[in-house]
Design a protein around this ligand. Structure first.
Ligand code: PNW
Length: 477
């Protein structure tokens, strides 16, 4: 008779991908090289008052020049996949017309380097760096931007489709639409709720047309997906009023994107709730059919749950919605909803650590999109990491965070979910948008004075998980 250990090792399926993720503007630097022109993030970060300390991605972590070193580091750690994004203005500086070969060549070299090291590339086409010229022509609230995206998708698909199997059209269109055009804490920094809803529709259309364009030029074995920062929205109390608040925010966070993408329609409750802001007349005949493309997989980005209630109309005070400081809300037509801090331990972003939310999220999409393979395309935590006197960086909090969330993924797989891989956000410390370089999400530490890279203890822990396919034990857990 065998003795059952108190805890058995948390083991993953053999083909499970162990990845890390980054995005172009957050790591590349070299913003004026190879014919690249400004994106909305260059303009925004160079506008006084928009980012912490006026920090920009001008140099970032200089990945454009150090990609070989970075790929070698991933290989040394044992990662089996890497998710990165292509900078649109590096490939198509004005957002229109012929591609710049130097720009495409950079990504081809990066992909070849990954493949030579046995690392599977996953390409995100749009991680928020819209060519400034397209914003000057109206940006995402305009239909034209979606048409231009489809052309850009085709160019990149033609250039890399023979060697990249995994494709993601958009990263977190919620952030592009609502942080970019409603609260204004992200580029282009506009604060127009009606425009943000138009932006959401044209991002959806870009996804649909971009998916068609990719498929028209790529081998059919390739997979096309989208990465949504799908929120887990919970009520403060189970009253009808608080449940109505959940419905409102769930429509604005999730339904506005997965409604058309997965089911071919916007939620009725979203259309009625936003009727005072927009009549949705820019949703043209055929748009929903174009957006409702069969997907090969769905990418979920998860950090923290969202807790809401019906607002007390007399209550005034700061909004605890964790989306940066702005007097403008990223939630159009939701003045009657109040946001609350989920109780519990938090990361350096102020985001509550809640792995059960990730399990909930995976199970929700398992029900909502039966048969669709899922990837966790981002999950991770910012901590105030500092090297010790011996130069090593110890981040036990991040190890605990990763252990908790990977265990939640494993539980979801046991419960019947088809999760094929996990991409830690982020491979290395980088430009955390409006927060600048102060928030470190990396598994690898970057010394911003020298740009030297040092794997933190979490990188070694995660690398061991990747090499063995099961989670190394964490002392004290
Ligand atoms: C995501 N919010 O951003 C992005 O995909 C990454 O580029 C980023 O570095 C990472 O998560 C960490 O922040 C988000 O306010 C930014 O809800 C803001 C929010 C969510 C995700």
């Amino acid at each position: 008779n065998s003795v059952t250990p108190a805890t058995s090792p948390v083991t993953f399926p053999p083909a499970f991908l162990w990845g890390a993720a980054t995005s172009a503007y957050q790591i590349e630097g070299a913003v004026r090289e190879g014919g690249r022109t400004p994106s909305i993030w260059d303009t925004f970060s160079h506008t006084p008052g928009k980012t912490a300390g006026g920090e920009t991605g001008d140099i970032a972590v200089d990945h454009y020049h150090r990609y070989r070193e970075d790929v070698a580091l991933m290989a040394e750690l044992g990662l089996t996949a890497y998710r990165f994004s292509v900078s649109w203005p590096r490939v198509q500086p004005t957002g229109r017309g012929p591609a710049v070969q130097v720009g495409l060549d950079f990504y081809r070299r990066l992909v070849d380097e990954l493949l030579e090291h046995g690392i599977k590339p996953a390409v995100t086409l749009y991680h928020w760096d819209l060519p400034q010229e397209l914003e000057d022509a109206g940006g995402w609230p305009e239909r034209e931007t979606a048409l231009r995206f489809a052309e850009y998708a085709q160019i990149v698909g033609e250039a890399l489709g023979d060697r990249v199997e995994q494709w993601i059209t958009l990263n977190e269109p919620w952030c592009s639409a609502f942080l970019g055009y409603a609260s204004g804490v992200h580029a282009p920094g506009r604060t127009d709720p009606a425009a943000s809803l138009r932006a959401a529709h044209h991002l959806n259309l870009a996804h649909g047309l971009g998916t068609q364009a990719l498929r028209s030029v790529m081998p059919s074995r390739n997979q096309v997906a989208v990465s949504l920062n799908s929120s887990v929205v919970r009520p403060l109390s189970p009253t009808p009023q608080d449940l109505a608040a959940v419905r409102r925010i769930d429509d604005l966070a999730n339904g506005v994107f997965h409604g058309p993408m997965l089911h071919g329609a916007y939620p009725e409750t979203l259309l009625s709730a936003t009727a005072s802001l927009t009549d949705w007349s820019y949703v043209l005949d055929g748009d929903l059919r174009a957006i409702h493309q069969p997907l090969d997989a769905l990418g979920l980005n998860y950090y923290t749950p969202t807790l809401v209630s019906a607002a007390d109309p007399d209550a005034k005070g700061p909004r605890a919605d964790g989306h940066g400081s702005s007097e403008h809300s990223p939630w159009p037509a939701a003045e009657d909803v109040a946001f609350h801090q989920t109780p519990g331990e938090r990361t350096e972003m102020g985001w509550t650590i809640d792995p059960t939310g990730l399990h909930e999220l995976i199970m929700r999409y398992t029900r909502e999109a039966p048969g669709l393979p899922l990837y966790i395309t981002e999950n991770g935590a910012a901590y105030d990491d500092k090297p010790e006197s011996d130069g090593q960086v110890h981040d036990p909090e991040r190890i605990a965070y990763l252990h908790g969330h990977l265990s939640a993924v494993r539980r979801a797989i046991t419960d019947g979910a088809d999760v094929r891989g996990y991409f830690l956000w982020s491979l290395m410390d980088n430009f955390e948008w409006a927060y600048g370089y102060g928030k470190r999400f990396g598994a690898v530490y970057v010394d911003y004075a020298t740009l030297a890279r040092t794997p933190k203890s979490s990188a070694k822990w995660y690398g061991e998980a990747a090499r063995t396919g099961s989670l190394p034990e964490v002392p004290g857990l």
